[in-house]
Write a protein that binds this ligand. Structure first.
Ligand SMILES: [Fe+2]
Length: 166
């Protein structure tokens, strides 16, 4: 077996190794209740520069998401079930969705769905009167997951404290 740390010949590039394993098994953490009834998530990564995050999202059958606003693009790949918007824009297993940044919509899932979702920014949820109910960014996701002992694998570059605050 060749030395995996070096390319062959005179190539000066050397293979390196990250500080933690590349792979993570989501089965090792529990589902955490999300911000809407009937929805659960497993946080996978956080994007401090944008407030976005990636997750596994599980939605119970007959769940309808209230109006929400995607600040950045949100992509999903469907692993189980299906969901969609009205009658003509729906996707099932092995389909990909792109909810573009700026989209404000509702979604429904009669069957329930499990998806891998990647968001480039926060999601804003609205109350019935149009007021903001929640801004779901990577920090909120982390706090929710941490309270459920499901965030030990998540790393932030920046940390904040109240000490020295003005
Ligand atoms: Fe959405």
């Amino acid at each position: 077996m060749s030395d995996p740390s070096k390319f062959s010949g005179n190539n000066p590039i050397q293979i390196n190794v990250p500080h933690k394993p590349t792979f993570f098994d989501p089965a090792t953490i529990p589902w955490t209740e999300w911000v809407m009834p009937g929805t659960y998530f497993k946080l996978l990564t956080v994007r401090e520069h944008s407030g976005g995050f990636s997750m596994l999202l599980k939605v119970d059958p007959n769940t309808e998401a209230p109006p929400h606003h995607h600040i950045g693009n949100a992509e999903a790949f469907i692993l189980e079930g299906e969901f969609g918007y009205g009658e003509d824009d729906r996707g099932g297993v092995w389909t990909h969705s792109l909810e573009p940044g700026g989209a404000i919509h509702v979604a429904d899932s009669p069957t329930g769905v499990i998806m891998f979702a990647v968001g480039d920014g926060p999601i804003v949820g609205y109350n019935d009167d149009g007021s903001v109910g929640a801004v779901v960014d990577c920090r909120l996701m982390y706090e929710l997951a941490k309270a459920n002992n499901a965030a030990d694998h998540i790393e932030f570059s920046h940390h904040f404290s109240m000490e020295g605050s003005r």
